[in-house]
Design a protein around this ligand. Sequence first.
Ligand SMILES: [Zn+2]
Length: 408
Amino acid sequence: MQENIKRVARTKGGCGCAIAVLVVFLGALGFVGYKFVLPWWNKQPPPASGKEPLRVHVLDVGQGDSILIISPEGKTVLVDAGDEKSGKKVVEALKAQGVQQLDYFIATHTHPDHIGGAAAVFSNFKVGTVLHNDYPPPEAIVKDEVAPAAGKSGGRKQAAPPPRSAAKKGKGSELPTVKAYNSFESAVASAREQAGTKFERADPDRTIDDLGGGMRLTILAPIPPLFTKEKIAASRKGNESNANSIVVRLDYGEFSMLLTGDAEEQTEERLVQKETNLAATILKVGHHGSRYATSENFLKRVFRQGDAQSKAAIISMGEFNRYGHPNSDVLNRLKAAGVKQIYRTDLQGEITILTTGKVKDGKLYEIKAAKETKSDVWAGREGEKNDSSSSGFITYGDYGPPPKQRKK
Ligand SMILES: [Zn+2]
């Protein structure tokens, strides 16, 4: 009897071992398939769609970005808040859409045309979580020339507390970047204190799927180590704050959208190298249509050839902006990538997208512009010699109209 039990145990042990080997083998096979055989766009299935529409409002905030996402279950995400002047307009737009609180506020980066209006938003709405890109405050960048925290962020372990304002009141606070940052920082600090708002670093591959209705947000960038001022200066393209923008993708059923902040070619290249799923139905064009963003390589991955659904691109920018946005080369690249429709907030005001995530009557989504334009949306500008401020030809935050002689 004892012998029998031993034999049974041995047999069971052998069987367990075989199963373990099989599991490991199948696991390895699965991993190989996942990593090398499956096309990159098949790696993560899209979330299921529902009956209720998802709404995306690309608000008209002049030269800047502010994008409101309302999930099928009414949860809300605001990506950027325009510049200080636009704060009130953003608040009104949110109220007009029935927004009562924000579940997430994503500050793509700390330039004034993205966070300048945040204080107004925070004083009108409770915000659940603020996501930031962990790039140091602007004064530190100006003062030290090199971004100190960027080099250290390779071993990013836990969410950093809100960076302490290094900007001294007085001379330093005159810089638009510093002023906007300080205002954002104190808005976040009081929201944390009074409303328990969370302040978290946006780590790549983080997904946000607690917004209901099957909608999912995925953080794609910044990918550490963050771009430093030195690295960007060496490339002579763009600027480091833009390059460290938070890039996020939105998925709902068959619909997807990329929100790229002011990310430029360096960031796009990292995303392409990382085999990130970039395929999207709609692209919010990076950096207001700057020539340094929206590269051909990137577009090849965003707009795959042969997809039945028409592709669209949205550019958020101010009319007659002094940067020469949108650059005509960017518009040509979009056209070459198969984009059929282009929408521009400078000519058409707020752009609204509605989708149930499913194709209905041959359409995956509806897109509406607040106003009609007689101008050619495909007509770009030559742009300034440097439309991305990398050589400091203009101080960031100077978003007024261009000098008269440049006005067309
Ligand atoms: Zn911007």
